[in-house]
Design a binder for this molecule. Structure first.
Ligand code: GLU
Length: 499
């Protein structure tokens, strides 16, 4: 790979992610961005973000920011784009109207496009006739105004659109990296609109102009764009511009084969962040949904950056395997070094702890707790349910039926005595001896002295101190909570069982 060879699929390719800011990007859309980024970086190229906002009616305020946030959360950075600039800017289509007008003029002068003054009613009539005559739908040859007259009428303010003069006969052949040559019969195509009556370009026109202007070498997008491919190929040819390489990826399907619904994962990337997924596990998962390398499942970022190749993505539709994503997330959580996990945990708890808990959350407390739960959670959002009792001062005493399970059923007074004695014994531990080992010894001895198995006593101690039947390791938890609070919780549980 060198700078003096022409750009190609594998030499300094330029790829773009061109979202329309009409909402939050969902996983299928972001997967294309991730793949484009990886391919560009693997081969020493550039990754560009371009906002395609020419459909002003559908643009949503703030969507651009959320698109950027989604990518950055995943750790995907771009070399050129709306907020970072670059030599081919602006990277927002609504700021490039002069470019589109300059380009359309080139085609008008060559009579490769035509102004169309047809009224909506006339176009409806044409469509209705096509339906009746079973002709492929699409506006063709609806009018043909002399170019000089057309320019005069347009200049005088008469509403018009600019349409491509699509050939009526022959075939248009376009290549797809994954599928090879695809042929389209020209008579099935329409004289598609390039400039709308409001002066804005259509997607078809703007993206072709921009892909050329921004020197994009490889376009990857969803297979739903294949039917538009002949239009894009014809436009590139009309300009005399070199077509980029195209790779249309199969869509991600729901388990069972249907359309990916919200329930199955058609969520936005930021929702995954809210739901407790780590960026690295989602990145890994997205890459694997439609691409693979041998039998490997876990890929570090560096491995992805050195192995991913757009030419290896699979043609078969990938299934969104939610269980795999969860499994990956748990695996990633467990593999984090303790400092990184503690940092992620702190950030998560700051979101999830009740509002009356002071922020920032005590870092050293989180560092003590983190090792107790790192092996036990699958999602970062699981943490709060396991650890809230470290912060919440009034841990509610659970209802008796949750407290007095198994051996203790109907033995409230006995349980109360066992707990209040445990409190007394823990209280007797000196501050210098307050540690996990000592707490364990004291509680085990206490169980033995009253004729209980350790587990029988510990189950009610756990519930009393943590408010839960399942908690992080008990002795460590008691140590971290501290003597005062542990004793207080044991006493109040004893009181409530005696009541
Ligand atoms: N703006 C289009 C979209 O959001 C981009 C399609 C393409 O990549 O060419 O789907």
């Amino acid at each position: 790979m060198t700078d003096d060879q022409p750009r190609s699929l594998t030499n300094r390719p330029r790829l773009r992610y061109a979202p329309s800011p009409t909402g939050d990007p969902h996983v299928g859309n972001i997967r294309q961005a991730v793949w484009s980024w990886l391919h560009a970086k693997r081969y020493g190229g550039d990754f560009i973000v371009r906002l395609e906002d020419t459909d002003q009616a559908r643009a949503q305020p703030g969507a651009d920011r959320r698109i950027f946030d989604s990518l950055r959360w995943l750790g995907v950075e771009w070399d050129e784009g709306p907020d970072v600039g670059g030599p081919h800017g602006p990277y927002v289509q609504s700021q490039r109207l002069d470019v589109y007008h300059e380009e359309i003029n080139k085609l008008l002068v060559q009579n490769k496009v035509r102004r169309c003054f047809c009224s909506p009613e006339r176009l409806d009539t044409i469509r209705e006739e096509q339906r009746q005559n079973k002709v492929p739908p699409g506006i063709r040859d609806c009018c043909d105004v002399d170019p000089t007259e057309a320019e005069e009428r347009a200049a005088s303010g008469e509403a018009n659109v600019v349409r491509f003069r699509t050939p009526r006969t022959g075939t248009t052949v376009a290549n797809d990296l994954l599928r090879g040559d695809i042929s389209f019969e020209n008579h099935t195509l329409d004289d598609f609109v390039l400039i709308k009556s409001d002066g804005y370009p259509t997607y078809h026109f703007a993206h072709v102009v921009d892909d050329h202007a921004m020197e994009i070498t490889l376009v990857t997008r969803g297979e739903e764009w294949i039917s538009s491919l002949p239009r894009h190929a014809l436009l590139f040819d009309a300009f005399g511009y070199e077509r980029p390489i195209y790779a249309h990826a199969s869509v991600i399907k729901a388990p069972g084969g249907g359309k990916l619904s919200k329930r199955h994962g058609a969520k936005s990337v930021l929702e995954y962040s809210d739901d407790g997924y780590l960026p690295d596990s989602l990145l890994n998962f997205l890459c694997l949904t439609g691409w693979g390398h041998e039998d490997q499942t876990i890929f570090s970022r560096d491995e992805l950056l050195s192995l991913f190749d757009m030419a290896n993505i699979t043609l078969a539709s990938a299934t969104f395997d939610h269980d795999k994503l969860e499994w990956l997330n748990g695996t990633y959580i467990r593999s984090l070094d303790s400092a990184t996990f503690a940092k992620a945990l702190k950030a998560r708890l700051e979101l999830d702890l009740p509002p009356d808990v002071a922020r920032p959350v005590d870092e050293s407390l989180v560092e003590d707790i983190a090792p107790l739960i790192q092996e036990r959670i699958t999602l970062m959002t699981d943490a709060i349910h396991l650890v809230d009792f470290f912060w919440v001062t009034d841990v509610p005493v659970p209802p008796v039926e949750d407290f007095l399970v198994k051996k203790w059923r109907d033995r409230g007074p006995e349980a109360a005595t066992a707990l209040s004695t445990a409190a007394t014994k823990l209280e007797a531990i000196s501050d210098s001896e307050w540690n996990r080992e000592r707490i364990e010894t004291v509680l085990r001895e206490h169980a033995e002295s009253i004729g209980l198995k350790a587990g029988e006593l510990l189950s009610i101690v756990r519930t009393a101190v943590t408010g839960k039947k399942v908690s992080p390791p008990l002795f460590e938890s008691v140590e971290i909570i501290g003597k005062g609070l542990s004793v207080e919780r044991l006493q109040s549980a004893a009181l409530s069982l005696n009541a």
